[in-house]
Each structure stands twice: as C-alpha cells, then as structure tokens.
Design a protein around this ligand. Structure first.
Ligand code: URA
Length: 220
C-alpha cells in the first residue's frame, strides 16, 4: 500500500494522501483512477448448486469458486450465513458483515428456513405430527429438535420448515424416523426466496433489502 501511495496510484477525493495512517471513507478512494470494488461491503444471495462446500478449509469445490476471484482476497472476508452441505442446493446468503451474519443466524431469532425434500421411501402420514411435537431426538443429541412444520406435497416429496441450524439437520430428522433424503433444496430463508436465480447464479443485495426480505412476514 505504501509503495502505491509513493507512486501516486492512490487518491482520496482527488488528492494524494500524505500517509497510509489517515482514516478515509472507502467510497472516496481511487486506485489508478478506479473506484474500490464494493467499498461499503458486500452481501449477496447465491443459488448454491449441489457438489460444492461452504467451508474454506476443506478440500474440493467451494461456493467461493463461483464468485469473482478477487473477492477471495477481501478483508473482512466474505462468509456464508449458515451452511448448506455439499449435496444440498438452494438459497445461500454470503456477507462480509459479521453483525449481519450474527443477526441472521442467532438462535434466538428463530428465522424459518424452508427446504424442499425428496425422499427415498413413502411418507407414512405421522411425520407432520412427529416433527411438530418438539420431541424428536436426533442421533447422538440430548436436546430434542424445536417444532418444525412439514407440508406434504406427495408421498415422496414435502417442504420442511425449521428454525434451527443443526448439523445436517433435515437429513438427520428424516433418518430419525426411518426415511432417507435423496434430494434437498433450501428454497427460502424467512421471506427471502431464490427469486428466479438459477443454480450457480448470484445477486448482490443491499443489506436493508435483505433484512426486509428475511424478516418480512409477507411470503408471497
Ligand atoms: N439440513 C441438512 O441436512 N442439510 C443442509 O444443508 C441443511 C439442512
């Protein structure tokens, strides 16, 4: 950065600053005449395809591989808001705003997450009641799942709405009642939907619009 400054590449409001120690508004900075890339921060919605992972630390194709390469170098880092597992597709929010991330994922917010589930075996008819009971225990856990809403579409397909984010929760909920999920897609987070995004596509979204979407009760 100092070298760039000495070479006159950096301007703030049209002037070359005296040192790198000066605090400036990111939107007023130009580097070789160009504005910074999203100087106020970056938040986006992404239609995650199956076959990629949300973690940066694991091997394999990452969700970040679908985004512009230079965004991997951003500080603060762009992070997933909650995770979808490798074989799950659908709506994923990414942001570099830690507070926003916390606001969307804090357990007390109980943001409803909607999933479309395709099953290996036919539904028996008692699943809606079991999931709504708040008594379903997942393998290896001591605390039952919070009540969840199951909307049955047909014998092998349903929508499940949960307000928690336990590890592989939907797959484990069906495993706990002797079924198996063969395809899983998150279609909605609160009132926010994929809104026409195709798999692998992303859209930058204003933070306030995102919050309005997630916390709106109008889920048309
Ligand atoms: N439940 C799962 O089993 N997987 C996900 O990715 C999200 C919820």
């Amino acid at each position: 950065m100092r070298i760039w400054l000495r070479q006159g590449f950096i301007e703030v409001d049209g002037n070359i600053p005296a040192s790198t120690a000066v605090r400036v508004a990111p939107a007023s900075v130009r580097i070789q005449g160009e504005k910074l890339d999203h100087p106020q921060g970056l938040t986006l919605i992404f239609h995650k395809p199956v076959g990629c992972i949300c973690s940066r630390k694991e091997e394999g194709r990452l969700v970040y591989d679908y985004l512009p390469e230079q965004w991997m170098l951003r500080e603060p880092k762009l992070s997933c808001v909650g995770r979808l597992d490798m074989d799950t597709s659908g709506l994923l929010i990414l942001t570099d705003d830690g507070q926003l991330n916390h606001r969307l994922t804090a357990p007390n917010r109980k943001v409803p997450k909607h999933y479309l589930v395709r099953l290996d075996r036919s539904l028996q008819g008692n699943e809606t009641e079991i999931f709504a009971s708040g008594a379903l225990l997942l393998d290896g856990e001591q605390t039952p799942c919070l009540p969840a809403i199951l909307n049955v579409h047909d014998a092998m397909e349903a929508e499940l709405i949960i307000t928690e984010g336990r590890y592989h929760q939907i797959r484990r909920m069906f495993a706990a009642i002797g079924n198996h999920v063969v395809a899983l897609q998150r279609s909605r987070i609160g009132g926010l939907s994929l809104d026409g995004l195709s798999p692998e596509e992303y859209r930058i979204i204003d933070k306030d619009a995102l919050l309005d979407g997630v916390f709106s009760t109008d889920q048309a």
